[in-house]
Design a protein around this ligand. Structure first.
Ligand code: GDP
Length: 307
């Protein structure tokens, strides 16, 4: 079934089918009280779907529910699981509402390793802000990678917004500073800062990003209003390691998960959220400007377990 149409991106291919195949070889196992068999099969399916350690609290709770006899059909189990997964992903806030310091200038910082889709998400968020009637300026603070500035400039041109670029090897914090100055002089609403995704060492990169953050905060108290970490959901457990590392270096306000369209490992998102106290704000659902969807925990869980 193609879930990447009206209902949004397909977050997994057939997790529920897999669960049914390994945990419910016979629906009668539920009523016959063979809880152990169901749990063992379920564990296999959840680990395969990359839930990681987040599978175990789910399995424990499921075991209790099964023993209490509350779940008598596989449909009950599916609804129960969707409910539990959604509850673990919900944050109370409104993921799609961008934090703006109005009236005045806001600064959004975008972090993430190369190739996750960071520059594309900068463009998508810019597109979203423009659609809301806000003016936008892009800043290319990845001065290390050849072609990074050019790529952002192409997006800026397509969006019809200005772009401040540093010279190759220029200090990224200085580029961010200049961009904030320029935006202030022009009365722009939001500066979106694209950053480097790779330096000689991870320590250099984290130090650099922390400096960019510090310089922006010093230039404008309260800024950056948003610090987004962009993560490629197809990288599985690697995504968790990146989440931990970036969160230690810079205070994050949200995660943007890309490339969920088509991965069979959507469970990793549950594991990520269980481990990182940072809300998932958007899903990148494709390569076009409009392919950015505010994260909806219930919809995500439903899609994850779509039959
Ligand atoms: P960066 O190196 O992190 O800045 O990554 P880019 O923005 O250059 O994107 C890397 C690749 O991922 C490009 O081919 C993009 O078109 C693609 N991409 C970006 N966002 C998404 C997304 O949400 N879904 C999918 N499937 N591809 C994406």
């Amino acid at each position: 079934m193609d879930l990447a149409t009206a209902a949004g991106p397909a977050v997994t291919g057939g997790l529920w089918r897999r669960i049914k195949a390994v945990a419910f070889t016979d629906v009668a196992v539920l009523v016959s009280g063979k809880t152990g068999e169901v749990i063992a099969g379920m564990e296999r399916a959840l680990i395969e779907a990359d839930f990681g350690p987040a599978a175990f609290p789910l399995l424990n709770a499921l075991e209790s529910a099964l023993r209490e006899g509350a779940l008598r059909t596989d449909d009950h189990v599916r609804a129960w699981l969707a409910d539990r997964i959604a509850a673990g992903l919900r944050d109370g806030g409104d993921p799609g509402t961008l934090r703006l310091d109005e009236p005045g200038l806001s600064v959004f910082l975008f972090l993430g390793v190369n190739g996750v889709g960071k520059t594309t998400q900068v463009a998508k968020v810019a597109h979203r802000l423009l659609a809301q009637g806000r003016s936008v300026l892009l800043a290319a603070a990845d001065t290390y990678r050849a072609g990074a500035s050019e790529q952002l400039e192409i997006w800026a041109e397509r969006l019809g917004v200005p772009c401040i670029c540093g010279a190759p090897r220029a200090d990224p914090a200085a580029v961010a500073f200049d961009a904030v100055e320029a935006a202030q002089a022009r009365g722009t609403h939001v500066v979106l800062v694209d950053t480097a995704g790779r330096l000689h060492t991870q320590r250099d990169l984290m130090g650099e990003l922390a400096k960019v953050h510090r310089v922006i905060a010093r230039r404008r108290p309260g800024a950056p209003q948003e610090v987004f970490l962009v993560l490629d959901a197809t990288t599985g457990q690697n995504m968790l390691a990146q989440g931990r590392t970036f969160a230690q270096a810079v205070p994050l306000t949200g995660l943007i998960l890309t490339k969920l369209d088509g991965t069979a490992k959507g469970g990793v998102v549950v594991g990520l959220r269980a481990e990182l106290p940072v809300p998932i704000r958007f899903l990148g659902t494709g390569e076009a400007l409009g392919d950015l969807e505010p994260f909806d925990a219930d919809r995500f869980a439903e899609r994850l377990l779509a039959d």
